[in-house]
Design a protein around this ligand. Structure first.
Ligand SMILES: CC/C=C\C/C=C\C/C=C\C/C=C\CC/C=C/C(=O)SCCNC(=O)CCNC(=O)[C@H](O)C(C)(C)COP(=O)(O)OP(=O)(O)OC[C@H]1O[C@@H](n2cnc3c(N)ncnc32)[C@H](O)[C@@H]1OP(=O)(O)O
Ligand SMILES: Cc1cc2nc3c(=O)[nH]c(=O)nc-3n(C[C@H](O)[C@H](O)[C@H](O)COP(=O)(O)OP(=O)(O)OC[C@H]3O[C@@H](n4cnc5c(N)ncnc54)[C@H](O)[C@@H]3O)c2cc1C
Length: 687
C-alpha cells in the first residue's frame, strides 16, 4: 500500500516541534539545509544503490566502489559543490572508500605537517585529486607503539635524498618462521593510492631521530604500476560481507626507495642540505597531529553511526508487536494495524525494551553534542598552536583520545544491542544492522586501540593529581580537580527522585566519582617504588578512572548545551529528558563506583532509578519523533526495519524474493548433491 504511513499515529504523539529538533541535531539551519539537499540528491540517484553490497564478490564490490567514488567526484566538480557539500555527499554515499583516507587523513597530514612551501606544492594536486594519498603508519609488527616503527628514512647527503626502507624479511629466532616487517593496514594503499604519507625513523649521520612523516610516491602516474623498489597490494578480506571490504587496506614494502629531501614533512623538524637535523620551536608530539584531528572527527561520526542503529531499532520496536490481548487494542493504533494486530503490544512499550533502547537514543544525542564541543576544542588548540601557545595540547590529546575511545566503544556495543532489540529480523542483512556493525566496529581499534588511548587519559589524570597543591591550577575539562578537597568529602544531597534533575547536583556526582577514582589510583601508585611498574600493575583501575573522567565530560557538555537558547516548541524540555536518561542510565550502570566512592547512598541510587523510569515514560510518546529528527533518508539508513513508513513486512518479503538463492526454485547443486542423497535415503528406507 504505497503512501500509507504506518507510523503516523506514533508521529502524531510527539510533544515537540520536530523541524526545530532537526536543526538542533544538524547544528545549525545552514548545516541542516545542506545535509537535507545532499542526502536527497544521493538517495534519488540509482548510481548510489547499496542494497546489493552483501551479495557482491570482492572484486565486483571493489570495482563498484571505484565507480561510485569517480561518479561522486564527477558530481562534485560538475555541480561545483563547496567543500562542505562535497564532504556531505561522500558521507551520504555511505560506502567506505579510499576517498575517506585521501580527504580524511592524507590532506590533513599535508596541512598539519608540511611547511607553507610544501603545502603550496602538494595541496593543489591533492585537492584536484590529481594525486591520491593515504596515511601509512602502522606496520605488521607495530601499531599502537608508534615509537617502535621500524621503517627507516636515511638521509644521503651525496644525492640530497632520503632512502626509505622497510626492514627486510628477517628470520625469527623462535619457531624458525619468517617474519615480514612491512607497512600493513593503511586504507586506500592496497590498490588505489598514488602517494602515501609514510612514517619512518629518520636517520642522519648514523643518528636515529625517531619517527617522522615523508611523502612517498607509490605508483606511476602513467600506468598505475608500483615504482621501483615498491611492493604493494591488498591485505585480504575483512570482517563481514560487503562492509569494510569496499576498502583496499594495504601492505607495502619499500626497498631502498629514494625520495627528494623536500619530501620529508618539515613543519615540526627539518633536515638541511648538509644533513643537519633541526627541531622547530614546537613540541615533537605535533608529528602525531593528524591522529588528534581524526580522533576528533571519529567522535563526531560516532553519533551518526549510533543514531542510525537507534533509528532502525526505535521504528521497528514501534512496528513490532508481541503478546498482549487479541481483544481491543490501544486506541492510538492506525487503521491498518488495528485490523490485523488488535490488542497486541508494541514491543517499544515493554519497559525492558525501553531500558535497553532509550539510553542508546540518549547516547546518540549526547555524542552529537560532545562531538560539536570537541570540534570547537580542536579549532581552539589549532589556533593556539599557530601562535606558539602549546598549553592546551595535552588536554586536547587527552580529550580526543578519551572521547574517541568512549564513544566508539559505546557505539559499537550499541549497534549490536540494536540488532538484538530487533529480534530475529535484526540478524538479516536487510535490517542494515549487520553491515553497520561490521563497518563500525574497527573504529574501536583504528586511530588508536581504545584501551591504549584510555591509558593516555589515565597518564594525564595522574599527572594532574600529582600537581595538585603545586600552585598549578587545572583548567578546562580537568578544572574540577582544583576542587578535589571539596569533592573528596562532599556528600550527595538528593532526597527525592526529582532532585536528580538538578544539573549542579548531577555534575557534582560525576565530578566526585571521577575525582575519587583518580585520587585512589594515585594513592595506590605512590606505593610503588617504580612508577612505570605501578602504572602497569594498576592499569585496569586506571582505565576505569579514565572512563569516569570521559563520561563526566560528555555529561557536562550535554548539560552545557541545555544552558543555551534552544528554540522550538517543547524541544528543550525533550532534550532535558533525553539528557536525564543519559546520565541516570550511566549512574545506574556504574552504581557500584558511585556507591563505593561513598558519594551517594543506596537510597539515592534507588531514587535515581525511579527518576530514570519516569523519564522513559516522558520520552516514549516522543521516541519516533526523536529519531525522525535525525532526518535520515531510507537510502542512508539502508534498512527495511527502519524504513520511514514502517511498512516492514511486505518489504522484507519482497527483498527475500530478490535474493540470488531464489533465482531458481530448485537450487544449483540439487542434481549433484541433494538428489543422490535423497535417492540413497529412499533406497535404504525401502530396504
Ligand atoms: C569509516 C570511517 C568513519 C568515520 C571517521 C570519520 C572521519 C575520519 C576520516 C577518515 C578515517 C577513516 C578511517 C580510519 C583509518 C584509520 C587510520 C589509522 O588507524 S592511522 C594509525 C593510527 N595509529 C594510532 O592511533 C596509534 C596509537 N598510538 C599512539 O597514538 C601513540 O603512540 C601513543 C599515544 C600510544 C604514544 O604513547 P607513548 O608511549 O606515551 O609515546 P610517546 O613517547 O610517543 O608520547 C610521549 C608524550 O606525548 C604525548 N602524546 C602522545 N600522543 C600525542 C598526540 N597525538 N598529541 C599530543 N600529545 C601526544 C603523550 O601523552 C606523552 O605526553 P607526556 O610526556 O606524558 O606529557
Ligand atoms: C579497519 C582498519 C583500518 C586501518 N587503517 C589504517 C590506516 O589507514 N593507516 C594506518 O597507519 N593504520 C591503519 N590501521 C591500523 C590501526 O591504526 C592499528 O591496528 C591500531 O592502532 C591498533 O594497533 P595494533 O593493531 O598494533 O594493536 P595492538 O597494540 O597489537 O593491540 C592488541 C591488544 O593489545 C592491547 N595493548 C596493546 N598495547 C597495550 C598497552 N600498552 N597496554 C595495555 N594493552 C595494550 C590492546 O588493547 C589490544 O587488546 C587500521 C586498522 C583497521 C582495523
Amino acid at each position: 500500500m504505497a503512501g500509507v504511513d504506518y507510523l503516523a499515529d506514533e508521529r502524531n504523539k510527539a510533544e515537540f516541534d520536530v523541524d526545530s529538533m532537526k536543526i538542533v541535531w544538524a547544528g545549525s539551519r545552514h548545516t541542516f539545509e545542506v545535509a537535507d539537499r545532499i542526502s536527497k540528491l544521493v538517495a534519488n540517484d540509482p548510481a548510489f544503490r547499496k542494497d546489493d553490497r552483501p551479495m557482491l564478490p570482492r572484486k565486483e564490490l571493489f570495482k563498484n566502489t571505484l565507480r561510485k567514488a569517480a561518479y561522486a567526484w564527477k558530481l562534485i566538480t560538475e555541480l561545483r559543490l563547496s567543500e562542505e557539500e562535497a564532504s556531505k555527499l561522500r558521507f551520504f554515499v555511505d560506502e567506505p572508500a579510499y576517498t575517506d583516507l585521501h580527504w580524511g587523513m592524507f590532506v590533513p597530514a599535508l596541512k598539519g605537517q608540511c611547511t607553507d612551501e610544501q603545502q603550496s606544492k602538494w595541496l593543489p594536486l591533492a585537492y584536484k585529486m590529481q594525486i591520491i594519498g593515504c596515511y601509512a603508519q602502522t606496520e605488521l609488527g607495530h601499531g599502537s607503539n608508534v615509537q617502535g616503527l621500524e621503517t627507516t628514512a636515511t638521509f644521503d647527503p651525496q644525492t640530497d635524498e632520503f632512502v626509505i626502507h622497510s626492514p627486510t624479511l628477517t628470520s625469527s629466532k623462535c619457531y624458525h618462521t619468517v617474519e615480514v616487517l612491512c607497512t600493513w593496514w593503511p586504507g586506500g594503499l592496497g590498490k588505489v593510492s598514488t602517494h602515501a604519507v609514510v612514517y619512518a625513523r629518520l636517520i642522519t649521520d648514523g643518528k636515529d631521530h625517531g619517527v617522522h612523516g615523508f611523502i612517498v610516491q607509490l605508483r606511476s602516474m602513467e600506468d598505475h604500476k608500483p615504482l621501483p623498489g615498491i611492493t604493494v597490494g591488498d591485505i585480504g578480506m575483512k570482517f563481514g560481507n560487503g562492509a569494510y571490504n569496499t576498502m583496499d587496506n594495504g601492505v607495502l614494502t619499500l626497498d631502498h626507495v629514494r625520495i627528494p629531501r623536500d619530501q620529508m614533512m618539515m613543519r615540526v623538524s627539518q633536515v638541511t642540505r648538509e644533513g643537519k637535523y633541526k627541531q622547530s620551536d614546537v613540541p615533537r608530539q605535533l608529528v602525531y597531529g593528524t591522529m588528534v584531528y581524526v580522533r576528533q572527527k571519529i567522535v563526531a561520526d560516532a553519533s551518526c553511526a549510533l543514531s542510525k542503529a537507534v533509528c532502525i531499532a526505535t521504528r521497528y520496536s514501534a512496528v513490532r508487536r508481541q503478546f498482549g490481548s487479541q481483544n481491543g487494542g490501544p486506541e492510538t493504533q492506525s487503521a491498518h494495524y488495528r485490523k490485523s494486530y488488535t490488542g497486541l503490544i508494541q514491543v517499544i512499550d515493554y519497559k525492558t525494551q525501553q531500558n535497553r533502547l532509550f539510553p542508546l537514543l540518549a547516547s546518540a544525542y549526547a555524542f552529537r553534542f560532545v562531538g560539536e564541543w570537541l570540534k570547537w576544542l580542536y579549532t581552539d588548540v589549532t589556533q593556539r598552536l599557530a601562535v606558539n601557545d602549546f598549553s592546551t595540547l595535552p588536554e586536547a590529546h587527552a580529550c580526543t583520545a578519551g572521547l574517541k575511545s568512549l564513544t566508539t566503544t559505546a557505539t559499537a556495543d550499541g549497534i549490536e544491542e540494536c540488532r538484538k532489540l530487533c529480534g530475529g529480523h535484526g540478524y538479516l542483512c536487510t535490517s542494515g544492522l549487520p553491515e553497520l556493525f561490521a563497518v563500525y566496529v574497527p573504529a574501536c581499534t583504528y586511530e588508536g586501540d581504545n584501551i591504549v588511548l584510555l591509558l593516555q587519559v589515565a597518564r594525564f589524570l595522574m599527572k594532574t593529581v600529582s600537581q595538585i597543591g603545586s600552585g598549578k591550577q587545572p583548567v578546562g575539562t580537568i578544572a574540577y580537580m582544583g576542587r578535589v578537597e571539596h569533592l573528596l568529602k562532599s556528600r550527595c544531597s538528593v532526597q527525592r527522585a526529582e532532585d536528580w534533575l538538578n544539573p549542579s547536583q548531577v555534575l557534582e556526582a560525576f565530578e566526585a566519582r571521577a575525582a575519587r577514582m583518580s585520587v585512589s589510583c594515585a594513592q595506590n601508585l605512590s606505593k610503588f617504588s617504580n612508577p612505570e611498574e605501578g602504572f602497569a600493575e594498576l592499569s585496569a583501575d586506571l582505565v576505569e578512572a579514565a572512563v569516569a573522567h570521559c563520561q563526566l565530560i560528555v555529561v557536562s557538555k550535554f548539560l552545557d548545551k541545555l544552558q543555551q537558547d534552544i528554540p522550538g516548541k517543547g524541544v528543550k524540555q525533550l532534550l532535558q529528558a533525553v539528557c536525564g536518561i543519559y546520565y541516570l542510565s550511566l549512574l545506574h550502570k556504574h552504581q557500584g563506583e558511585f556507591l563505593a566512592t561513598s558519594y551517594i547512598t543506596p537510597k539515592q541510587a534507588a531514587l535515581a532509578s525511579d527518576q530514570l523510569r519516569a523519564l522513559y515514560s516522558k520520552v516514549r510518546p516522543n521516541a519516533i519523533a526523536l529519531v525522525d529528527s535525525f532526518n535520515y533518508t531510507d537510502h542512508f539508513l539502508g534498512s527495511i526495519l527502519g524504513c520511514y513508513d514502517g511498512n516492514v513486512y511486505p518489504k522484507l518479503y519482497e527483498a527475500a524474493k530478490k535474493d540470488p538463492l531464489n533465482d531458481t526454485v530448485v537450487p544449483d547443486g540439487y542434481h549433484e548433491y541433494l538428489k543422490p542423497l535423497l535417492k540413497q535415503q529412499l533406497h535404504s528406507a525401502k530396504l
